[in-house]
Design a binder for this molecule. Structure first.
Ligand code: GLN
Length: 558
C-alpha cells in the first residue's frame, strides 16, 4: 500500500554515466528537507549482484554499510550525508535482489501455476520494493542506476512508468539528468545529447517533468527554451546542474535555479520557505579554511577515490570543525617498505590506514603503522587499519615475532587477529557459525553494534560518553588469547562490546594520538555533524603540523 500522502520522485540519468545522479538525488532530498518535508531515498541498481558486498571496490567504488547491516551502493552514503533519512536493506534493490525474491516465490508456489514473466511479475516486485520505503514520509526519491538506453535497466523503467498510473499523476514526478557539453571549437553549448536522451526516455513511455542539465556554465534563457521545446517540458523546468568545486554546493545551485519550487509546484504540495543558511555556512567554511593539514591515506584502492568516498568526506568534515582544509595523499601500500617508508611519509601530519581485504600491500601498511608509532605521528587505523596496528605492535613491542592476522597468514604462530568460528550475534540475537569456506556474500559482522568505552582514553575524550554505536563490516577480530600480553606491553583497549568480549578500539600509551577501531566511523560522519574521531584525529594532525596556515584558501573537498 502506498501510504497516504507519500509522493514519489524518480531520478533517471541520460547520455553517459558519472554525471552525479546520486548527488543530484541527495541534493533534492536536502532541498525538500529544508522546506520542512520528510524524505527517504532509494537506489535501484540494474546489475545482477544481489548487493555490492561482493563487488571489487576498484570497479564499483565503496560499499556503504547501513545500521541494519545492508551492504549498499555508495550513493546511499550521499543520501545519508545530505539528509536525515536513515537507510537500510530496503533502500537499495538490485536486479539480482528482485529476481531472487521472485524466484523464491515461484519455488514456493506463490504464483499458482502461472507463467512468471518480466511484466508483470518482475515489475510488480520492483513496484512493491518502492512502496516498501514510503511509510511515514512525505517524499520518496528513487534513483535508477545506469543510463537510459541500457538493456538491463528496462524493467526498472517500465516499473516506474507504470507507477504513475498506480499512484496518481499528481503523486509522481520524473526528473532526468543529462549532459549539455560545451564544445570549444564551436564555442557553444550543445543540446543534442539531451534531446536524444529524452527521446529515448519518451520512447519507453516516460515524459520527464524536470531536466537537470549537467554543464560547466549556466544555461542561458535561449538554451533553456530550446531544450524545453525539443524535450516537451516548460522552460522553468530546465535546471542548470553546474559543475561545482565542492559537492555541498549542489543543493544551493539547484535552489537558485528554482528546482525545489518547481518540484513542489508540480507535486502540488504546500511547504514552508526553504532554510538553507546551514548549507551556505557549510560551503563558506569549506571555501575559506584557516589551516592546511596533510593526511596520508595508506591503502590498496588508491587509484580510485570512489573506493573511499565516505572516508574522504569524513576527513573533510573532521577538518571543518578545526577550521582546516584536509589535503589527502593516497599512498599505494605496495610501494612502501621499511627502506623508503620514512621518505614517503615524511610530509604527512597524520597517517590513516583504511579498511581493506586480502594480503596485497599488507607489509607496507604495517611499515606505515610502525613509522607512525615510532615517530609519534597521529595514526588512525580503521578496521583493517586497526588489525594492522595490532599486528605491528605484537611483532615489534610485545615480542611476538611473526604475529599476523590469520586472514593473511593462516600458519602464523601468533594469530593476534583471527576468524571467530562461533559467536553470539547481537543483531540477529542468535548463535552464528562460520569457517574459512563459508559463503562470502553477507557473512561478515555487518551493521551497527554497541561499544562500551573506557574513561580517560582518546576514544572517551572524543565521544564524551560511555556507550556508542558504530557500523561494522569485517570477518576477523582481535584475538583475546593475546589480550593481556599486548596490554602488559602498553596497548590500551579503550572500547569493547558491552560484554567486554570483542575488542573494538585500541590505543597506545605515550603517543599523541594513535587509535585503531574495528568499526567504520566514516559511515556516520555528516557535514553538519562531523564524527568525533575524525575531528580529534585532524586536531592532533594540526598540532603536529604546527597549525600550518592555509596558503590557498580553497575548497577542502578532495
Ligand atoms: N579484512 C578484514 C576483515 O575481514 C578487515 C575488513 C575491513 O577493513 N573492512 O576482518
Amino acid at each position: 500500500m502506498v501510504e497516504k500522502g507519500a509522493k514519489f520522485i524518480f531520478v533517471t540519468g541520460g547520455v553517459l554515466s558519472s554525471l552525479g545522479k546520486g548527488l543530484a538525488s541527495a541534493s533534492i532530498g536536502a532541498l525538500l528537507e529544508s522546506r520542512g518535508l520528510t524524505v527517504t531515498l532509494q537506489k535501484l541498481d540494474p546489475y545482477i549482484n544481489v548487493d555490492p558486498g561482493t563487488m571489487n571496490p576498484f570497479q564499483h567504488g565503496e560499499v556503504f554499510v547501513t545500521d541494519d547491516g545492508a551492504e549498499t551502493d555508495l550513493d546511499l552514503g550521499h543520501y545519508e550525508r545530505f539528509t536525515h533519512a536513515r537507510l537500510g536493506h530496503d533502500n537499495n534493490f538490485t536486479t539480482g535482489k528482485i529476481y531472487d525474491r521472485v524466484i523464491t516465490k515461484e519455488r514456493r508456489g506463490d504464483y499458482l501455476g502461472g507463467t512468471v514473466q518480466v511484466i508483470p511479475h518482475i515489475t510488480d516486485e520492483i513496484k512493491n520494493s518502492i512502496r516498501m520505503v514510503s511509510k511515514g514520509v512525505d517524499i520518496v526519491i528513487v534513483e535508477i542506476g545506469g543510463t537510459i538506453g541500457d538493456i538491463e535497466s528496462l524493467p526498472f523503467l517500465e516499473a516506474i512508468r507504470q507507477f504513475r498510473a498506480d499512484a496518481g499523476k499528481e503523486n509522481v514526478l520524473y526528473i532526468h539528468l543529462t549532459l549539455v557539453p560545451y564544445i570549444g571549437t564551436a564555442g557553444e553549448l550543445k543540446t543534442k545529447p539531451t534531446q536524444h536522451s529524452v527521446k529515448e526516455l519518451r520512447s519507453i513511455g516516460i515524459q520527464p517533468d524536470i531536466l537537470l542539465c549537467r554543464t560547466d556554465r549556466y544555461l542561458s534563457k535561449e538554451i533553456k527554451s530550446k531544450i524545453a521545446l525539443f524535450c516537451n517540458v516548460s522552460t522553468d523546468a530546465v535546471i542548470t546542474a553546474k559543475d561545482v568545486e565542492c559537492i555541498y554546493e549542489v543543493p544551493l545551485i539547484f535552489h537558485k535555479e528554482g528546482l525545489d519550487n518547481k518540484i513542489v509546484e508540480l507535486l502540488n504540495i504546500w511547504t514552508r520557505t526553504p532554510r538553507l543558511e546551514e548549507w551556505e555556512q557549510l560551503c563558506h567554511r569549506l571555501k575559506y579554511p584557516q589551516y592546511d593539514v596533510h593526511i596520508a591515506v595508506v591503502g590498496k584502492y588508491v587509484d580510485l577515490t570512489e573506493s573511499y568516498k565516505s572516508l574522504n568526506e569524513a576527513l573533510v568534515h573532521g577538518g571543518l570543525l578545526n577550521g582546516s582544509r584536509v589535503g589527502l595523499t593516497y599512498v599505494d601500500s605496495e610501494t612502501i617498505s621499511s627502506g623508503n617508508c620514512a621518505e614517503i611519509l615524511a610530509g604527512a601530519d597524520g597517517i590513516l590506514v583504511p579498511g581493506g581485504f586480502g594480503s596485497r600491500g599488507i607489509e607496507g601498511k604495517i611499515c606505515a603503522a610502525q613509522y607512525a608509532r615510532e615517530n609519534k605521528v597521529p595514526y588512525f587505523g580503521i578496521c583493517l587499519g586497526m588489525q594492522i596496528a595490532v599486528v605491528e605492535f605484537a611483532r615489534h613491542i610485545a615480542g611476538l615475532q611473526g604475529a599476523h592476522s590469520s586472514e593473511i597468514n593462516a600458519e602464523t604462530p601468533y594469530p593476534v587477529i583471527y576468524l571467530m568460528t562461533e559467536w553470539y550475534d547481537d543483531q540477529t540475537k542468535a548463535l552464528q557459525k562460520r569457517d574459512a569456506s563459508s559463503n562470502k556474500g553477507g557473512t561478515m559482522r555487518l551493521g551497527a553494534y554497541p561499544c562500551k568505552l573506557v574513561e580517560n582514553t582518546l576514544a572517551y575524550a572524543a565521544y564524551d560518553k560511555r556507550e556508542i554505536s558504530e557500523r561494522h563490516r569485517h570477518r576477523y577480530e582481535f584475538n583475546n588469547e593475546f589480550r593481556s600480553r599486548l596490554e602488559e606491553n602498553g596497548m590500551i583497549i579503550s572500547g569493547t562490546s558491552p560484554d567486554g568480549d570483542l575488542v573494538e578500539i585500541i590505543e597506545l600509551k605515550d603517543h599523541p594520538w594513535y587509535l585503531g577501531c574495528q568499526f567504520h566511523p566514516e559511515f556516520k560522519s555528516r557535514p553538519m555533524n562531523p564524527h568525533p574521531l575524525f575531528r580529534d584525529f585532524i586536531k592532533a594532525a594540526l598540532v603536529r603540523s604546527g597549525h600550518r596556515k592555509s596558503s590557498h584558501p580553497t575548497i577542502a573537498t578532495p
